[in-house]
Design a protein around this ligand. Structure first.
Ligand code: UT7
Length: 331
């Protein structure tokens, strides 16, 4: 019997209707469309406005989109993983709720938190379970309601992030398609440069932490940028070399959407033409765990069975890495 590999067999997405444009941000903080566009590539982002709705709302919508497209019974799903930095609640796993709400009553569910690398790391987890033969259908969702942790008076962060969710189904493949290789890294030094200080076990919520705005994302953008540029490009180049992939062999680069300049630097290092680089940062901004699956959903129709995809991400922690995957279907 041929070896089982883990293939993505369907994707789905959801973004909220409300569009926050650069023009609108100009009225909120001291910034301008030209600065945001030239420094980041972002034109607008989506915001989940309705009160009482958390990350699960978007994750459920993305999962339902996938289930409808793939035409499966949710009861067939064995495991639901939600990659997120913004779970609905501090303790109860968002994935357990999502699984129940979509009718995946035979599944178990848990969250995976690695900031902007959550979906990338989740691809590794989902693929390993499938390759082991233990599970047959794993739903991996990347979802973040970044607007719930952003200070909309801080121009250094509020222009970057947006809300959204994307989902991918992992199933066994015996044609050698799907997951091929990974190179995943982390470095704890990064927690000083991209973080939320309070609300965790180290510094629980208090009147003081609220007064000091310590429940919002803090980012030392310049430092994170420097690490992101060199590390994302580095792992992408490494995974190509290790798999004897030349530039002509790569059909698509699927890069985390944090900053267009970081994406360009990664593509340059790989020597991959911009026509092969998936990009949607201009319309969604940085949706943290959702960027990679949102790209897959947006580009799904262009993808062909057998295409070589190189995923690359960099995020808080620091966490980063690259994954090489062969696309498994024509849509
Ligand atoms: O997804 C997780 C990983 N995150 C990332 O990869 C993000 C990495 N970092 C970045 O993308 C960039 O560092 C930013 C987009 C956050 C900032 O761009 P930058 O080119 O690094 O700008 P900077 O922080 O060096 O700031 C340059 C200038 C500063 O003014 P001075 O000191 O030169 O007078 C800032 O105060 O731009 C100013 N500035 C702004 N001006 C207009 C900072 N934010 C804004 C703003 N509008 N929104």
């Amino acid at each position: 019997m041929s070896k089982i590999s883990a293939a993505i067999t369907a994707v789905g997405k959801y973004v909220p209707d409300f569009v926050l444009t650069n023009k609108e941000l100009e009225k909120m903080v001291d910034t301008n469309d030209e600065w945001i566009t030239s420094r980041t590539g972002i034109k607008e982002r989506r915001i989940l406005k309705e009160e009482g709705k958390g990350t699960s709302f978007m994750a459920i919508k993305a999962a339902e989109d996938l289930i409808k497209k793939r035409g499966i019974d949710p009861k067939e799903i064995d495991l639901v993983i939600v990659g997120t930095a913004t779970p609905d609640l501090q303790v109860a796993a968002t994935a357990a709720y999502v699984a129940s709400e979509i009718g995946a009553t035979n599944a178990f569910g848990y969250d995976l938190e690695a900031a902007c690398s959550s979906f990338l790391y989740g691809m590794s987890t989902a693929s390993s379970y499938i390759e082991s033969g233990r599970y047959k259908k794993i739903l991996l969702i990347g979802a973040d309601k970044m607007s719930s942790i952003i200070d909309y008076t801080d121009r250094t962060t509020c222009i970057i992030f947006g809300d959204g969710a994307g989902a991918a189904l992992f199933e066994p493949n015996q044609e050698g398609l799907g997951f091929q290789d990974e190179y995943l890294r982390s470095d704890g030094i990064g927690r000083n440069f991209l973080k939320i200080d309070a609300g965790g076990s180290q510094l629980p919520a208090s009147e003081e932490t609220i007064k000091n705005k310590q429940h919002y994302v803090f980012q030392d953008g310049k430092t994170v940028f420097k690490f992101a540029v060199s590390n994302m490009a580095d792992v992408a180049a490494k995974i190509m070399k290790r798999n004897n992939l030349e530039e002509k062999d790569v059909n698509w680069l699927v890069p985390h959407q944090a900053n267009k300049r970081i994406i360009d630097a990664t593509a340059n290092r790989m020597n991959v033409d911009s026509s092969k680089v998936m990009i949607n940062i201009e319309k969604y901004g940085n949706t943290t765990s959702a960027t990679l699956p949102l790209l897959l959903a947006d580009y799904e129709k262009k993808l062909k069975k057998g295409d070589n995809l190189v995923f690359a991400a960099f995020g808080g922690g620091f966490t980063w890495g690259a994954i090489y995957l062969k696309w498994a279907y024509n849509s």
